[in-house]
Ligand binder design. Sequence first.
Ligand SMILES: Cc1cc2nc3c(=O)[nH]c(=O)nc-3n(C[C@H](O)[C@H](O)[C@H](O)COP(=O)(O)OP(=O)(O)OC[C@H]3O[C@@H](n4cnc5c(N)ncnc54)[C@H](O)[C@@H]3O)c2cc1C
Length: 484
Amino acid sequence: MKILKPKSENEIQDIIKDAVNAATPTIVRVIGSNHSWSRAIFDAKDIPKTTNVKFISLTNLRGVEKFEPTSEQTATVTVWAGTNIGKDPRDKDSTLENSLTYQLDQHGYSLPDTGGISHQTVGGFLSTGSAGGSLVHSIDEAVIGIRLIDGTGTIHDLTEKDNDKFLAAGVSMGLLGIITKVTFKLQKKFYITGIQTISPIKPLSRDINVGCPIDFFGIGDKDQGIPSISEFFSNNRDYDTDYSRILWWPQDGLDRVSIWKAKKISDNNGPIDHFKQPSIFIQFFGKVILAFLNVIEFPGKIYNKIAAFLLKNFSEIGVEYFQDRWWNGLPMDNDICDQILPVAFTELWISFDKTKDVMNKLQELFTNEPKSVGNFITEIYTAKKSRFWLSPAYERDVIRIDPFYFLGNLRGTPEDHFRFYWNALKEYNFRCHWGKYTPDEYGNEVPGLFSKYENWMAIRQEMDPHQIFVTPYWRSRLTIPNIN
Ligand SMILES: Cc1cc2nc3c(=O)[nH]c(=O)nc-3n(C[C@H](O)[C@H](O)[C@H](O)COP(=O)(O)OP(=O)(O)OC[C@H]3O[C@@H](n4cnc5c(N)ncnc54)[C@H](O)[C@@H]3O)c2cc1C
């Protein structure tokens, strides 16, 4: 399909007006860096043959438009929405020099956080409510302005003062309009210093060769100085977890966890030592192992034993220290190659106060349903509460459960694997990450999960009265009534 690459806001307005006036039903969708589940952007399989699609990329609308220091410590930046947060290796026009984070750092400033990768565009990252792993820092708190062209071709400059439309647009999946520019408030640039440990998940021990320095399932062990997982994430006793994330290898006989954590420091007091991901060669080896594990029969516990034996190579018990510039260190997974290890995700955001129960539920799932373990990992991290109405962290801090599904698997589907998690964690009223897989029945839950759902729907209808941004996927997930 031809992708339109407008060079100005006027061209976007023309595309929208053409779609509204077209004789044949026409929808308009934007693609950022294409890191979301295809259906969340636009998937031709979802679209009736009688509907035309105008598919837009903002690749010609990238770059910093305006940078303004506001004090010794602060500044604001207005950036075109097609700008990548960091360099996207899949896009030949994306460079380190034209990425947002690098340019901010060159000016001496920073965003509060990044995701685990920074390849996304500014527009795409915001639109799905994406977030880095932190209960302390959040990117969406830094957003102070959103410029958007709505479904009538009208331009809106939304700021915190506009309140409702701003809060509705902050996470809107391209369903209110096309975001062309975003303004962020900035803070001084910083560094991070951190450590990753890989250990068994049980028993508890401060010695990672023996056991786990975090209590995943209980209330911690004060005598040994071991925090519960909630205490660890919320950094309530200085566990140096300004930023953190955990990967759990739940295969029977392996049961390892990799705990990555970093604290913010204003000055770099040592050499830059970038966090090291497995080499490309090891990633390729990992791909072969994952594919092999997927094709062999699934005899439950025996399968898990084989998986544990092979996967041990990728989760060796040990410690790695790192110290880095914020923009290069926070996206700790940038060096994992999407082409070698393509992954699908579903991500369930659950109220943070349920963390211990959720961990125990996962443990129960892995024990009772060996197939739910699969051949890969589950990521566990957090997000700080958000003011944006449709953010899955709206008004509550969350624990995020993010099972990985290797897309090189020859048997099964991501949905088959994710179904275990959707069923097991249903009782916790999870909200889904909008850029990742969601279950078909999610549309029935959404109105009850977001207290501002009706307000968001009213603003959506006002800003896109002809429904030119609505795909069948989004109609089903948000219960958007059909106007035809
Ligand atoms: C390897 C990997 C790691 C990831 N890590 C994280 C993580 O750490 N934290 C996290 O929260 N998520 C993470 N994600 C998910 C990712 O952040 C989201 O999928 C994000 O939306 C991708 O941004 P994008 O630029 O690729 O946008 P796309 O995926 O291309 O688009 C996302 C949505 O935004 C819409 N959109 C894009 N641009 C605009 C615009 N200018 N105006 C209006 N609508 C627009 C699209 O139509 C679509 O609905 C990860 C994904 C992958 C594949």
